[in-house]
Design a binder for this molecule. Structure first.
Ligand code: LMR
Length: 438
């Protein structure tokens, strides 16, 4: 009875890991998935998380179900990490940090990492978000979700599977290798229907590694603050700490939106910010599926109602979230010394990636001094931030890298810099120089 089922293609990112693992070439390099590796190319358990695990093991905790909304301490810690300084007071002013006693009304639930948070948000939006006025008729349709062009390859599927229409807004200018801020603002102002949900990468944009600067965030925020459009901001924060090495600094855009668009905020349009958080990368707990979804609301009563509806969605979908990863995060974030260790761990990961960026660029520029290739310069390798380098490589060049050099990356030319090591950087530079040499 299943003979009519067509085989589905492998996932554009996770499928690469399968292909890489099946490759027996000794020099193979996996630059596909955004998962941190150490300088030996090995997966890493952060020292802070290792220590948390040791403590958890000692305390011989039970393994009961979590509530549908997840672990209450974890939910609070997730929100605290997004909005409050985890350090001393020094970051407070600079990065729009909230004081713990002044958190805005919000519903936070624990989710199956960032993807699970987005999927839950999508389902909630389909049920409850203000509907988008259809220009063509008097009817209304579910909120349109506006995605940056380009964006993480899984984003369109997450929203499509929840029955939400999607559209793209301009984000990256491939010629100038910068954010296309004018195009972005134009699309949000003139093309996004009123009540649209606009997905924003909080930091370390995936795949371009190119973030808005402070002034640009401010300009975007002004569009959201306009009552006439009633746009909703859905932040995807999967890389807090990876853009700058500082988790507070990386949360600055989210904090500024929450501050302006939450209850008591200067614009009086509370409830227009949603936040999906992943702890996969910054805690290195990929397989434990640790994440959170927060909807900021106008008041506590709305927060309670929203939370109850999120639970209603989660229960038939996956019942309740996993236990262990949330406990690991709690153990780190509830202990000042471990939190400091964790901050250092994140900084070290970000630093190693930055060093690899510098080396790769240097080697490439040394091997192609005439710059007679496309991309015309290799400066984006060091200008971009976070885990990814959006190289500008064409799909055929990516295919050639895989065929001739056993180097695996997504066909949009995204290089996961986490897979670059001192041992493979020269080989990679040689491979890149070869396929880009006209
Ligand atoms: C990535 O973009 O590589 C990561 O977010 C991993 C994933 O699930 O795709």
């Amino acid at each position: 009875i299943w003979s009519h089922v067509p085989p589905a293609p492998e996932d554009a990112i996770l499928g690469l890991t399968l292909a890489y693992e099946a490759d027996s070439h000794p020099l193979k390099v996996n630059l596909g998935v955004g998962a941190y590796r150490d300088d030996d190319g090995a997966p890493v358990v952060l020292p802070s998380v290792r220590e948390a695990e040791r403590r958890l093991l000692q305390s011989r905790l039970g393994m009961e179900y979590l509530p549908v909304a997840g672990d209450a301490r974890f939910r609070y810690n997730a929100l605290r990490m997004a909005l409050c300084s985890l350090d001393d007071d020094s970051a407070r002013e600079a990065y729009g940090t909230f004081h713990e006693s002044q958190l805005p009304p919000a519903a936070t639930v624990q989710t199956l990492s960032g993807t699970g948070a987005l999927r839950l948000a999508a389902e909630f939006l389909r049920r409850f978000a203000p509907r988008t006025d259809s220009a063509a008729s008097t009817s209304t349709s579910p909120s349109v979700v506006c995605l940056p062009q380009p964006t993480w390859s899984n984003h369109p599927s997450v929203f499509r599977d929840a029955g939400l229409p999607t559209m793209s807004y301009r984000y990256y200018d491939g010629q100038r290798r910068t954010v296309d801020i004018d195009g972005m603002l134009h699309d949000l102002v003139y093309r996004a229907p009123p009540h649209s949900v606009v997905l924003l990468h909080a930091c370390a944009h995936n795949p371009t590694g190119t973030d808005l600067n402070r002034q640009q965030w401010q300009r975007v925020l002004e569009v959201f603050a306009e009552r006439r459009r009633d746009l909703l901001a859905l932040f995807d924060m999967a890389y807090q700490g990876f853009a700058t090495g500082d988790a507070d600094r990386d949360a600055a855009a989210v904090r500024s939106f929450v501050r302006a668009l939450s209850a008591g905020g200067e614009h009086g349009c509370a409830g227009r910010v949603l936040l999906a958080q992943s702890f996969s990368k910054n805690f290195g707990v990929y397989g434990h599926r640790v994440g959170a979804l927060t909807l900021f609301t106008e008041d506590d009563a709305a927060a309670a109602a929203v939370e109850s509806q999120l639970k209603l969605i989660a229960r038939p979908m996956y019942s309740n979230p996993p236990l262990h990863g949330a406990r690991l995060v709690n153990t780190v974030l509830e202990d000042a010394a471990l939190t400091q260790q964790w901050r250092q761990d994140v900084r070290q990961m970000a630093d190693r990636i930055r060093q690899m960026r510098a080396q790769l660029r240097q080697l490439l520029e040394a091997s192609l001094p005439t710059q007679n290739h496309h991309p015309s310069t290799w400066s984006p390798i060091t200008d971009q931030v976070g885990m990814f380098c959006y190289s500008g490589l064409q799909p055929e060049q990516v295919d050639r890298l895989r065929r001739e050099f056993h180097v695996y990356l997504t066909r949009d030319g995204r290089i996961s810099m986490a897979g670059v090591t001192r041992a493979n950087v020269a080989y990679l530079a040689h491979a890149l120089a070869t396929v880009t040499d006209p």
